[in-house]
Structure formats: structure tokens, C-alpha cells
Design a binder for this molecule. Structure first.
Ligand SMILES: C[S@@+](CC[C@H](N)C(=O)[O-])C[C@H]1O[C@@H](n2cnc3c(N)ncnc32)[C@H](O)[C@@H]1O
Length: 257
């Protein structure tokens, strides 16, 4: 007799890149997967937690690969759940931080398919942490903002201008193509001297870092050939990182020499 299929979907946050930053609950969900749909920012090493015979489908953006639209991904998740049972949707960082996780959940649940979410360690906090940047610090920063550099209509979020007026640490994702605009907004608030760190491929062996100030970071990014995926951290806490001290001192000394 054929076993009846029980469709279900678990959204799992894969963490920022280092495969060891997957949660234990995420690994347990993968171990029960019949199908895994994964993004470009989810480290492929994590797939080893899924059964060998499970189906793995890459739905991210990568040169030479078919590019799926969000509607196609939503449909693929549902079709695979109805056909095979438990689907794990593996997403970079945390599924609900600029990850379209809630859109996927809404679509899947409209078919009556049960869903669960396993939060992931977001790059917004983990990537700075690997560089010793404490996003809040007693006496230095009382809060942090995490903002997208690129909204759904491809514009810089208007929140960046508001954040530039605050004393918070500002963390910008997907902001590299808008770096000049970001710099201009902080300069408008007379914040040219505020330290900035850009970290590309954070927590990965391919990690690249650039440190400077609002006034110099465009040059730093260009000289170090920094590109996406990267996190931009703006705030005094960057100066406080022991790990980045040498970068920062090197930069300040070379600037004043
Ligand atoms: C679509 S958002 C997804 C964010 C993800 N859900 C999270 O919580 O980390 C993708 C952006 O996250 C940032 N990002 C993700 N992983 C990163 C990493 N390992 N190093 C630097 N930036 C990263 C980049 O700004 C990238 O463009």
C-alpha cells in the first residue's frame, strides 16, 4: 500500500555563511527533509545535514543558472510539499530579515499546508560580530538599525536618512550599489568622521574587509574592490573593535601622515 503524503514546509535560516552557524534545530529539520530548496547565500555545505536521497533544488541567483522568480519559487515549494511531503526552504541568514520568508509562508498556508520557521543567525548581527564589532555598547551606542539599501522598487530606503540623524549604529544590507548616496546622507548630517566598516562575504573564508570613515569609505571600497554581498556598519562602535584596530589605525595614520 502506498504511504500517504503529509505535506509540510519548514523555513530554515541557514545563518550568514559559516556552516557552523546553522542552529541545531535547523540541522534537525534538514535531517527530516524530503526536498530542500536553497538560496545562493545558504552555504551548500549545510546540505550534508539533509538525507543523501533527498532532492536538492538551487533556487538562488548564480551566473549560468536558471533564475527563478519569487512566484515560481513559491509554487515549487507547494508542488514539492504536495508530491513528496516535508520540504525545507533553506534561506541565508534569518528567513524574516529581508528574506521574503513571510511571503512564502502566506502562499504555502493558502494551500492549507502546515508551516514552521526555524530562525537563523542573521548576517546583520553575525558578520559585524565576527569582526569584533559590538552593535550596541555601553556608553557608545544605545541601539542599532538594520536597513535595506535596496527596497522592492530598487531605491535606497528612506529610513537611511532618518538613521543618519540618530546616534544609533546603522547596519545596511544590500547597500553597496547605493554607497555614494548613503555617504551623502551622513555627510549632510555632518557625520563625515564617523567610522565605517564594510564586510563582504562575512564569516566565510572569502571574507574581505574595508574600514574608514564616512568621508573616505568610497575610496576604501574602491581600493579594496569591495562588492556584494556585503554589510555596511556605520557608527562609533566600529572604532571600538579590537579586531579592526589595526585596520583603523593604519588608515588614520596613513591619512594624517
Ligand atoms: C536578501 S538579504 C538576506 C539577508 C538574510 N536574510 C540575513 O538575515 O542575513 C541579502 C543581503 O544580506 C547581506 N549578507 C548576507 N550574508 C552576508 C555575508 N555573509 N556577508 C556580508 N553580507 C551578507 C548582504 O547585504 C546581502 O546583499
Amino acid at each position: 500500500m502506498l504511504k500517504s503524503i503529509k505535506p509540510s514546509v519548514t523555513l530554515v535560516g541557514a545563518g550568514p555563511g559559516d556552516p557552523d552557524l546553522l542552529t541545531i534545530k535547523g540541522a534537525k529539520a534538514l535531517a527530516e527533509a524530503k526536498v530542500v530548496l536553497y538560496d545562493a547565500l545558504a552555504n551548500e555545505e549545510i546540505l550534508t545535514y539533509a538525507p543523501k536521497k533527498s532532492i536538492k533544488i538551487f533556487v538562488g541567483k548564480r551566473k549560468g543558472c536558471h533564475e527563478y522568480t519569487q512566484d515560481q519559487i513559491n509554487q515549487l515549494i507547494v508542488d514539492n510539499a504536495l508530491t513528496y511531503g516535508h520540504v525545507v526552504r533553506l534561506k541565508g541568514g534569518d528567513p524574516f530579515i529581508f528574506g521574503r520568508g513571510s511571503e512564502e509562508i502566506d502562499f504555502i498556508e493558502s494551500f492549507g499546508i502546515p508551516t514552521a520557521v526555524v530562525p537563523g543567525i542573521s548576517s546583520s548581527v553575525a558578520v559585524p560580530a565576527y569582526q569584533g564589532i559590538s552593535l550596541t555598547k555601553r556608553g557608545v551606542s544605545e541601539s542599532f538599525w538594520v536597513i535595506t539599501g535596496t527596497t522592492s522598487d530598487r531605491k535606497l530606503s528612506t529610513d537611511v536618512a532618518l538613521a543618519a540623524q540618530s546616534s544609533a549604529t546603522v547596519v545596511i544590507l544590500m547597500g553597496m550599489s547605493k554607497l555614494a548616496q548613503i555617504v551623502a546622507l551622513f555627510q549632510k548630517e555632518s557625520k563625515g568622521e564617523i567610522p565605517v566598516a564594510i564586510i563582504q562575504n562575512g564569516t566565510m573564508p572569502t571574507e574581505k574587509i574595508g574600514v574608514g570613515t564616512v568621508d573616505t569609505i568610497l575610496n576604501v571600497a574602491q581600493n579594496n574592490k569591495l562588492g556584494s554581498p556585503a554589510i555596511i556598519v556605520i557608527g562609533e562602535v566600529v572604532r571600538e573593535s579590537n579586531k579592526l584596530k589595526s585596520f583603523y589605525e593604519e588608515f588614520v595614520i596613513s591619512k594624517t601622515a
